[in-house]
Design a protein around this ligand. Structure first.
Ligand code: TYD
Ligand code: MG
Length: 455
């Protein structure tokens, strides 16, 4: 037999290198390249005779049902993120930092489904049955029919799943613990994770089971990151949150069967994750509306408006190069806003340190937050609090223009619901007229506001 050729695979990004190196050229990570035998587990079996397939005309499929068959967990925040429930025959990857609450939310979902008489199997490779049961008891799920299995070997898992009636939902926690007899690599390597995930996806497709795979994201990349399997699965959800904060956000990153910009908001408590139906109330909960430097941003997450407080602190610097520190927003965008304020509004922050924070550890990705950031910066510089009953949104362009953003009416409706009476928004928002009819007063241009506060 010819000598097996091994490859060097980066455990962080999965790129293949001809020889070992200390640093991966593709992703820049250090010490992540591991020697693996890729042939094993992929082309290892006996040669198979090719089977002829028959393509089907699209028009002939017209009678097929439109909707993917789903299993709704009836946890509204989770179902929103998956697009209405787990899809049968599909695989979902739930990624997140260790300890963020992946096992917790999935055990709660498992219990909710078991209560609806779904057959749910929870395969734990990280914790022993006793540990899983302890958590389940804490979550008030100990009285459900969720089936537990503690396995890490892929072939054993498949054999276990094949036993008894076909499961509706299978949770594999986590993919980093999977190892297959077919792959000659250490558990946790990219080859093992990929082989294991492939086997699980094949099982899901063949049996019509909804498969949920849990993956840890590690910065160091010593364990194969789930990034390599992101393209193999049908949907990718990320569970995020700050360690010091109680709330958690489940975010869709990819979804072949639903929207990709939805979030579900949860709060971690003593008895598991509680759904937060109105995130704005949570994020604005402890607001001190008399303090300078705070502006409320009327944001959108997918189809849902979310109000958050943008906090800025501007202080004269003692350093040669002033500090710019941002939490929860893009630092390049902050530099842009500072440049626009300087160039078009005469607001000079060149010898000031600037700190920007999105309250509650929440992360904003929308350009619509520009206007709220600008307002917070100016308010802090001026040492004057912004009106407590006002929200801000709008994209700031390099020319200093405030550009309209989507969903203006929805943002304003949410603000109104939470007791805000005014909004600073781009002029020309198509919805302004309609909003005025709803009793909200729409202020328009930022330069006027700058003049009011700075003057
Ligand atoms: P876990 O679901 O084990 O995280 P992951 O699977 O993502 O690694 O959650 C771990 C954390 O959640 C742990 O620090 C304890 C906390 N926790 C609670 O605060 N309340 C609870 O009811 C549970 C089950 C966990
Ligand atoms: Mg876990």
């Amino acid at each position: 037999m010819a000598k097996q050729k091994t490859q060097f695979i980066c455990q962080n990004c999965g790129s293949v290198h001809p020889r070992w190196a200390g640093r991966c050229d593709a992703c820049g990570a250090w010490n992540t390249i591991v020697e693996e035998n890729p042939a094993a587990g992929i082309g290892g079996g006996p040669a198979r005779a090719p089977k002829k397939g028959r393509p089907v005309a699209l028009v002939k499929l017209d009678g097929e049902s439109e909707e993917a068959p789903r299993i709704a967990s009836l946890m509204a925040e989770l179902d929103r993120v998956t697009g209405g429930g787990f899809v049968r025959g599909s695989a979902v990857l739930v990624g997140g930092d260790p300890g963020i609450g992946k096992s917790t939310i999935l055990m709660q979902a498992a219990a909710a489904l078991a209560r609806q008489n779904q057959r749910v199997i929870y395969v734990s490779g990280e914790e022993a049955i006793a540990q899983v049961r302890l958590r389940a008891r804490r979550l008030g799920a100990a009285d459900t029919e969720v089936l537990l299995a503690a396995e890490t070997n892929v072939e054993d898992i498949l054999a276990t799943l094949a036993e008894g009636p076909r499961p509706d939902l299978v949770i594999v926690d986590s993919i980093q613990t999977l190892w297959s007899d077919q792959a000659e690599a250490a558990p946790g390597t990219v080859t093992q994770v990929r082989t294991g995930v492939q086997a699980m996806i094949r099982f899901a497709k063949q049996t019509g089971t909804a498969m949920v795979l849990v993956g840890h994201v590690t910065k160091e990349g010593q364990i194969a990151g789930p990034r390599v399997v992101e393209h193999m699965v049908d949907a990718v959800l990320y569970f995020e949150g700050e360690r010091g904060h109680h709330y958690r956000i489940l975010r869709t990153v990819k979804n072949r069967f639903g929207p990709t910009d939805e979030i579900g908001v949860f709060e971690m408590g003593d008895t598991g994750l509680r759904e937060v139906a109105n995130p704005s109330e949570l994020f604005l909960g402890e607001r001190n509306d008399k303090a300078p430097g705070a502006a409320v941003f009327a944001g959108m997450e997918g189809t849902r408006p979310v109000l958050v407080e943008v906090q800025a602190l501007v202080a004269p610097t003692s350093l040669g190069t002033p500090r710019r520190a941002v939490v929860g927003w893009d630092s390049a965008r902050l530099s842009m806003i500072l440049a626009v304020l300087e160039a078009h509004c005469g607001v000079r922050l060149g010898n000031h340190d600037v700190y920007l924070n999105i309250a509650g550890g929440y992360r904003v990705t929308e350009p619509a937050a520009d206007l709220a950031v600008a307002a917070a910066l100016i308010s802090s510089l001026a040492g004057l609090a912004l009106p407590a009953d006002c929200v801000y949104f709008g994209e700031v362009s390099l020319s200093g223009a405030i550009r309209p953003v989507t969903h203006a009416a929805q943002r304003l409706k949410e603000a109104s619901k939470l007791g805000f009476a005014r909004a600073v928004l781009p002029s020309g928002s198509a919805e302004i007229a309609q909003v005025n009819a709803n009793g909200l007063k729409g202020l328009e241009a930022l330069p006027e506001l700058v003049a009011d506060i700075a003057g």
